[in-house]
Design a protein around this ligand. Structure first.
Ligand SMILES: *Cc1c(COP(=O)(O)O)cnc(C)c1O
Length: 202
């Protein structure tokens, strides 16, 4: 479930202004592109709620997962306190350089968000055609839920053997998988392999 920004603000209004609230905006770029009602602008957020800090990451829409680089936006007072705690050089020079380059390449990020927007309906349609339930997504991944005899562990193993890594959610007690969307070509391969799996098991 993805809250609307209004709902997030309603929640924040009910929290004591002495209490620091962290808003994790990891998937904000995707959510905002799909539905502007979900958009949280860090500047508006911290103006309205000086006790809030907005966190952004370069690991998702910017494609720099593994670089361990992100950012926080908050009122100066909060940032000053964080600076007292922050170890020197807590982000590597290389990660910072990569983040700066990623920021400059707005075309690339727009393309990757657009790709996600056009590919997501294909994953929804595939699920509907096959009769799987799914969670409507405001991110770059989608969750498929299966019913017996389909088994998420078998499916994940099959795809892995074919060279495709998806997340099996069995360890969460769910007969479900989580798929991170790729390029059009990668996604086509996923549908093809999944179709193959379904046909072979009959
Ligand atoms: C990916 C992610 C982050 C940030 O990850 P980093 O690689 O540490 O920047 C934060 N919150 C959620 C929910 C995420 O999925």
């Amino acid at each position: 479930e993805c809250l609307e920004s209004k709902e997030v603000f309603e929640l924040l209004k009910q929290i004591d202004s002495n209490c620091l609230v962290v808003i994790d905006g990891a998937y904000q770029e995707f959510a905002k592109a799909k539905d502007s009602n979900k958009a949280i602008c860090p500047k508006n957020l911290t103006e309205m709620f000086p006790n809030a800090i907005y966190l952004g990451t370069f690991s998702k829409a910017y494609g720099l997962g593994g670089m361990r680089v992100g950012y926080g936006i908050a009122k100066q007072e909060i940032i000053q306190s964080l600076l007292k705690l922050r170890p020197p050089f807590n982000i590597t020079t290389l990660s910072l350089a990569a983040a700066l380059e990623a920021l400059k390449d707005q075309k690339h990020i727009e393309k990757s968000i657009q790709n996600n927007l056009t590919q997501m309906p294909l994953f929804e349609r595939f699920a509907t055609e096959k009769g799987f339930k799914y969670t409507p997504s405001y991110t770059n991944f989608i969750t498929y839920y299966f019913e017996s005899p389909l088994d998420s562990t078998q499916i994940a193993d099959y795809l892995l053997q074919k060279g495709m890594i998806i997340r099996n959610l069995a360890s969460y007690g769910l007969n479900a998988i989580r798929i991170t969307l790729g390029t059009e070509e990668q996604n086509k391969k996923f549908f093809m392999l999944f179709q193959q799996y379904l046909e072979n098991r009959n």
